[in-house]
Ligand binder design. Structure first.
Ligand SMILES: NC(=O)c1ccc[n+]([C@@H]2O[C@H](COP(=O)([O-])OP(=O)(O)OC[C@H]3O[C@@H](n4cnc5c(N)ncnc54)[C@H](O)[C@@H]3O)[C@@H](O)[C@H]2O)c1
Ligand SMILES: [Zn+2]
Length: 358
């Protein structure tokens, strides 16, 4: 259920003494916690802060949360507030879902990506052995509280990361929202105004609603929910390839490894290309999305040499059934996704070639 931050104290009204826990990362502790503390009011809470960044979404951090909760005698009545981006809502959700077979948690997303995507829908999890989100559960939060003012301190690149998921929601579900976002993307918007426009045009709410509608019809991703994977078969492969490199070469981390939304944006460009070639998807959609990519996101840093590794990743993707080729969601048109599309290695290569040669 979506609520605003003002509803927090009523959500916590039945909470026993000493049973409120707050999880932040090092950035949200600084930028967002003061706002949350105002909303919590007089209720005492235990605070655990994890280092910011995707590399913290691991088993050691889950253990840190479990240890912290045990140390402070968290019972089954406890509530964990996850205050942060998708790293924190995924990690905290997983820790809460598994502590004492599951305690309640509230997601308070502080990035655009987490607001429109990661904080709702019930997927929790961590990265393991360099594979994104390979360990996790389907466990819905007791509530997701949206407070768009958090976005004011978010770096521009993180805003763009979330904007990519908004583009995805529009592409799979709403030609009307797509036009709205195209207009937004055509303007050189300073950050303040961008955040303001996202709220005032209703684009933020609409995007959240699109995801909620899809998930409510298919919470466990039996079929319909797979449309949300649009852009992610190739996007995840790009993201995992960078993550594995960073995990294995810890002394030589790739600086500025691209965030989830950038990888999804690149994945969508390649998958719209596949949609144009293999379905009736109008070429205009590819041109519009490519234009947004070149204007705002730049080109992916993976080069042609890494193409084989990317394809290998796609074959490993947990969304494939055993012995299957990668599973794609393609678009017949805006708002007309088609799931379970299987393509050959040659087809995928061609799409990667389009993406890398832009
Ligand atoms: N569960 C799902 O359905 C789902 C969906 C999409 C993505 N995800 C996951 O979400 C994660 C990515 O989420 P993300 O992009 O939010 O990353 P993130 O949580 O790492 O946040 C990005 C950066 O922004 C900082 N930050 C957060 N809020 C801030 C604020 N208000 N002001 C200033 N800085 C702030 C963070 O500290 C971090 O440095 C990935 O792990 C991805 O797998 C999950
Ligand atoms: Zn995503």
């Amino acid at each position: 259920m979506l609520h605003s931050l003002t509803q927090l104290s009523s959500l916590l009204s039945d909470l026993p003494e000493g049973q409120l826990f707050v999880l932040t990362d090092s950035h949200t502790a600084e930028y967002c916690l003061p706002i949350l503390v105002d909303s919590i009011g007089q209720i005492p809470y235990h605070l655990l802060t994890i280092e910011a960044g995707e590399q913290s979404k691991n088993l050691a951090s889950v253990q840190a949360v479990w240890d912290f909760m045990l140390k402070h005698r968290a019972t089954r009545e406890a509530v964990l507030i996850n205050l942060g981006g998708g790293m924190i809502t995924d990690l905290g959700g997983f820790a809460a879902a598994t502590y004492m077979r599951g305690i309640r948690f509230v997601n308070i997303p502080t990035t655009l990506l987490a607001m429109v995507d990661a904080s709702s829908g019930g997927k929790t999890g961590i990265d393991y052995q360099g594979i994104k989100n390979v360990i996790g559960t389907f466990t819905p939060p007791m509530a997701t509280l949206i407070h768009s003012d958090f976005l004011r301190t978010l770096p521009a690149a993180e805003l763009l990361s979330g904007f990519a998921e908004m583009l995805k929601h529009a592409l799979i579900a709403s030609p009307k929202e797509w036009i709205k976002l195209l207009q937004l993307a055509q303007e050189e918007l300073p950050q303040e105004q961008f955040v303001e426009t996202l709220s005032s045009t209703g684009a933020l709410q609409a995007s959240i609603q699109i995801k909620e509608n899809i998930v409510s019809q298919d919470p466990h991703e039996a079929s319909l929910r797979k449309i949300l994977n649009f852009g992610h078969t190739i996007g995840h492969a790009i993201e995992s390839t960078t993550l594995e490199y960073n995990t294995q070469n810890s002394k030589f981390k790739i600086q500025n490894s691209p965030s989830h939304g950038y990888c999804v944006l690149w994945g969508m460009v390649a998958e719209v290309y596949l949609s144009v070639v293999h379905t009736d998807c109008p070429r205009e959609v590819l041109q519009q999305l490519t234009q947004i990519m070149l204007q705002w996101y730049g080109k992916p840093q993976c080069d042609c040499k890494q193409r084989n590794q990317l394809i290998h990743r796609m074959y490993q993707d947990k969304k494939n059934s055993a012995n299957q080729t990668p599973n794609f969601t393609l678009l017949r048109n805006i708002g007309e996704p088609i799931i379970n599309q299987h393509l050959t290695e040659e087809d995928i290569n061609e799409a990667l070639e389009y993406l890398f040669n832009l």
